[in-house]
Design a protein around this ligand. Sequence first.
Ligand code: PLP
Length: 374
Amino acid sequence: MIYLDNAATTPVDKEVLEAVMPFFKENFGNPQSQHCAGRAAANAVISARDEIAGIIGCKPEEVYFVSGGTEAGNTAVKGVCAAHGKGHMIVSSIEHPAVLESAKQMTKFGFEVTFVKPDVNGIIHAEAIEKAVKKNTFFCAVMAANNEVGTVQPVKDIGKICKDNGIFYYCDCVQSAGVLPFPTDYCDALALSAHKFYGPKGIGALYIKNGSRVEGLISGGMQERGLRGGTLNAAAVIGLAEALKRTARDSERNNAYIGGLRDYFLNKVLTEIEGTRLNGDKERRVPSNANISFEGCEGQNILFLLDLNGIAVSTGSACSAGAVTPSHVLTAMGFTEERVKSAVRFTFGKYNTFEEADVTVEALKRCVAKIRNK
Ligand code: PLP
């Protein structure tokens, strides 16, 4: 298989797996337990938290382990709403559904939300955020890098506006972790998810600045300082720390390699296949992402034909109850329905090769010709 869907998830690194395994076997203790088995697990979790905090640039007690980006987004939106009780929120319209749907849900409880659109290149401008600020705005969510088009957002400028106006700023860093520096100094909360950088699924970290007003969503024991009840998955926490350490350490090298590979592929597609267009800003994007529209084709059909050729890619369309909903990101960017529906997302990772890029371009040529000639 040629796997070009690294924004969806990545394989677990061998070293990460090796670090995790003892916590399923001999070190299986519950980190809450007071005996030696519990202490062994608890100590490993403490070291993992310290390590993650060091990489994010925060205090260990500001790191909360959660199940991933979805839970982090839910906790940020709903937890801050619960602590504030009423008021107005600003949410970019290209956020992940974890944030968008949580914000929409909050309107049922009387909260007001302004959804701020990106420009045609998929960038949310700080000025647009500033314009949306009201006297009672208490929350803002703009992600660091978009998952569909890979565009990098001006988080520093947005953070400054939020700080000046006393607004809690949540920055979803699920797609930027290990790629861009963490915007810890400019936001009040940020999220990362291990399976996006060669760690296990179902584990992530939510940074929340000390002194922030956030209610937890999961009541139970006093795990995670009362914010999130439930026995910690120590093995997954260890895996997250190991994967983050590796991705932070290798960031420069991986960015250069993956960016070079993506540019090679993109250039070939745009020059060798007619009627193709890149979606999202050419420069301000993460190195892994190439989101391309293919005139006269449905992205879904390209996906299926590539899959038959053993090549895994994605479209931004959501599939629910058998119906395909066009990408909310490309739609927000103001594209025609035709361009939105003809988009395919290729996301490269550190294990992809230039040969795979060549094979994919050739397969694309055949698939696109087949669809267009129908
Ligand atoms: N936020 C962004 C930007 C994402 O890309 C994703 C996953 O694709 C999520 C949140 C959800 O993360 P998880 O899969 O860890 O729940």
